[in-house]
Write a protein that binds this ligand. Structure first.
Ligand SMILES: C[S@@+](CC[C@H](N)C(=O)[O-])C[C@H]1O[C@@H](n2cnc3c(N)ncnc32)[C@H](O)[C@@H]1O
Length: 221
């Protein structure tokens, strides 16, 4: 996994848009679904909150919502904290660095965008999903998006074409290709659905797909 520390945290916001085709749209579609589905005073858990994009959009639109922004990178959360202060929403956001199991639960919804693909499928993805499930009330929704295994032999190549159009350099392409091999643990749709269903969630519905980046919404049981 990238370290998400130091420069990798500082440069994150401008780097991510070149690496994830449709990054902005993924966030827009997730936000829109939360807007129509969540109560005005919902308590929302954002797993792998990074620099805080999901939290800021929802908090600015919903003055009575409360959030926990969780991550394992202190540096990403330090940037998120600055963004929350600037946006005037810090009083409604608890920042939590580390284990999800330390939280008190009873969340009405969770978001986990572009996080679980960094977690190996050796029991660790299942553990993460269980930890998220344990923090949610029954019937809560989870929005989760990951890099998936390519569905055609040319999907990855097409993805890098788009990344280059978005400004990724040749060296950037080479590094990202190597990172995909070493640092990402992409699943196919069947395994993704199976993991969700075995860890307390229902049927996953796809709501976003930009080449291999895929978003699902699923309700916990
Ligand atoms: C690609 S960023 C996504 C950030 C944000 N969700 C977004 O959409 O911009 C991935 C984030 O997940 C965090 N992360 C990686 N593994 C994690 C884990 N097991 N639990 C929580 N956060 C994790 C990283 O530190 C990083 O901040």
């Amino acid at each position: 996994m990238p370290s998400f520390k130091g420069d990798e945290a500082t440069n994150y916001d401008e780097r991510i848009e070149r690496l994830v085709p449709g990054y902005e749209l993924l966030h827009q579609l997730t936000f829109a679904q939360c807007q129509v589905q969540l109560e005005a005073d919902a308590k929302v858990l954002v797993v792998g909150a990074g620099t805080g994009k999901e939290v800021i959009a929802l908090a600015q639109a919903n003055p009575n919502m409360h959030f926990v922004a969780q991550d394992i990178s202190e540096d990403m959360l330090a940037i998120a904290q600055q963004h929350f202060d600037q946006a005037g929403i810090a009083n409604r956001v608890q920042i939590h660095c580390g284990d999800l199991n330390a939280l008190e639960g009873q969340f009405d919804a969770a978001l986990c965008l572009l996080v679980m693909h960094f977690v190996p499928d050796d029991g660790s993805k299942a553990k993460l999903l269980q930890a998220i499930r344990n923090q949610l009330v029954s019937g809560a929704w989870l929005w989760i998006a990951d890099l998936m295994k390519p569905e055609t032999p040319f999907e990855r190549d097409a993805q890098f074409q788009v990344c280059q159009q978005l400004g990724l350099t040749d060296i950037g392409v080479e590094r990202t290709l190597a990172a995909f091999e070493r640092e990402f643990f992409a699943l196919d749709r069947m395994r993704f659905a199976e993991l969700l269903e075995h860890n307390g969630f229902g049927v996953a519905h796809c709501y976003f797909k930009a080449l291999s980046f895929t978003g699902f919404v699923v309700r916990c049981q």
